[in-house]
Design a protein around this ligand. Structure first.
Ligand code: DUC
Ligand code: ZN
Ligand code: ZN
Length: 492
């Protein structure tokens, strides 16, 4: 990008400590037409508008690479958040890019579902977005025509499920999809849980009258997650493909991932806030209120949490996403829609977290010394942008990158309450949790979209990133950049 040092800046963010995945530096950030054009001192005098952020940290805006908006559950319940309330909530929590899912129902063409979700987001989103595609019906047309063509257009990641009747695919289908992904330069994401284990345990528990929400955690066992994780890795190894294991919840599943990485396989992995700060106890001893914590995989034990922290610190876990899957507690589309006595397997799955993802990791991770600030940026912005082809326009602070920034007050103490959040939910699983550090100002392409808890931008300003042509086609390119075993990236 050509820079004229005398050019007027639209905006200068001045006086803060700028942090990227590799560096921490004191400098101003000069912004012109939505992009970063200068990193230097003394930029205030050249700018139309100046934001003084003395004493604050300036981080890349978060990239939440796993969230669900305006999607229907397998049982037909629609999420509380659409693309407006969901992205408003993202902005409130310092996230400037989201990658939700376009979900294929069996029988539907991928083209139709991609168009459907694009229309849902159009004129609604406050921050920028791309899509992963959930493939539940990999028929001949999907494999032979639709996926190659969509990957060529930049839809370079798709998710498959090893459980849920409405979504799951066979091992044979997974092999076909993995080899297609490898050939075309895409990345396959997997929900790894053993379906038959879940079914068998569910039947046994229900037969014994064990139907309360807490038994969801028993039915979705860590053993079943571990088996499916190993199987998915094995299928990736056989087909020579890369793999992304999403929402890793247990120490044992992580061990399989680390073993694969040690063997040199390109296995990437993600975890989420609910696996770091909630446990099985949250589902227990609170009657039906435990339903608020029902998600799959479920929160596990303190020793699982410890293993995940270790994986975040060592780099065997590469990205930290919310898996925001927002179903209200009350109401016709919520957790209680079947009444307070439905068995656990009829409670809709998912917890919200778009807005609390970054403050929880900052407070529990950086402030408590479990990870450093560079790792925080890598896990929450740079690595997801790299893995999903959005880097360097997204996920970093550099000349030429979009001016997507989060200005943090690292000392601000906040008690999380649902009333301070911007989603369309009626609860947060983190009610009452105290965190230190909060993003005070969120800037998307040079525009302040949230300041001091008030979302200042309107629906529809968010861009669909494939329209902006910033997606790096053929995610195969990321292979040389992000090391699965080290978590650090090479600069080639
Ligand atoms: N998997 C997800 O990724 N999100 C919500 C529920 C699920 O099963
Ligand atoms: Zn999943
Ligand atoms: Zn999810």
């Amino acid at each position: 990008m050509e820079i004229d040092p005398n050019e007027r800046l639209d905006l200068a963010v001045c006086g803060g400590t700028v942090v990227t995945a590799t560096d921490t530096m004191r400098c101003d950030i000069g912004i012109h037409e939505g992009r970063i054009v200068q990193l230097a001192n003394g930029l205030a005098k050249r700018a139309e508008q100046v934001i003084n952020v003395e004493g604050k940290l300036v981080l890349p805006g978060g990239v939440d690479a796993h969230c669900h908006l305006d999607q229907q559950s397998p049982s037909g319940l629609r999420h509380a958040d659409d693309f407006f309330s969901g992205t408003r909530s993202a902005a409130g929590g310092g996230t400037t890019t989201i990658i939700p899912f376009a979900n294929q129902k069996k029988g539907a063409t991928l083209r139709s579902i991609v168009e459907d979700y694009r229309l849902r987001a159009l004129n609604r989103a406050v921050v920028d977005y791309a899509f992963h595609i959930i493939v539940s019906d990999p028929n001949d047309q999907v494999i032979g025509q639709e996926l190659p063509s969509l990957i060529g257009e930049g839809y370079t990641s798709f998710k498959v499920f090893m459980t849920y009747d409405a979504l799951r695919i066979t091992d044979l289908q997974m092999l076909t999809l993995l080899s297609l992904a490898s050939r075309e330069g895409a990345l396959l994401m997997v929900h790894a849980e053993n379906h038959d284990c879940i079914e068998w345990l569910t039947d046994a528990l229900k037969s014994a009258g064990k139907t309360e929400p807490k038994f969801h955690g028993v039915a979705h066992s860590a053993v079943g997650e571990t088996e499916a994780t190993f199987r998915a890795i094995s299928l990736a190894e056989v087909s020579g493909a890369s793999l992304m294991v999403v929402h890793v919840s247990s120490a044992r599943a992580l061990e399989e991932i680390e073993r694969a990485q040690a063997r040199g396989l390109r296995v990437f992995a993600e975890t989420c806030p609910q696996y770091l700060v909630l446990t099985q106890d949250n589902l227990c001893n609170c009657g039906f209120e435990g339903a608020k914590f029902v998600c799959s995989p479920p929160p596990r034990s303190v020793s699982d949490q410890r293993a995940l922290w270790r994986g975040l610190a060592s780099g065997s876990l590469h990205i930290f996403s919310s898996d925001h899957a927002p179903y209200r507690y009350e109401g016709a589309t919520g957790k209680k829609s079947g009444g307070e006595h439905v068995p656990f397997d009829r409670i809709v799955n998912g917890v919200p977290g778009l807005e609390t993802r970054l403050p929880i990791l900052f407070s529990e991770g950086v402030q408590k010394g479990r990870i450093d600030i560079q790792q925080f940026v890598a896990l929450t912005a740079t690595n997801p942008a790299r893995l999903y082809g959005l880097y360097p326009r997204k996920g970093t602070i550099a000349i030429g990158s979009d001016a997507d920034l989060a200005v943090w007050d690292p000392g601000l103490e906040v008690e999380i309450k649902h009333e301070i959040l911007h989603d369309a939910m009626d609860y947060t699983p983190y009610e009452g949790m105290k965190v230190r550090g909060w993003p005070m100002i969120t800037i998307s392409r040079g525009e302040v979209v949230c300041r001091n808890g008030e979302v200042t931008s309107s629906a529809g300003r968010g861009h669909f990133l494939l329209d902006d042509r910033i997606v790096t086609r053929g995610a195969g390119k990321f292979r040389n950049r992000l090391s699965p075993s080290g978590g650090q990236y090479y600069s080639t």
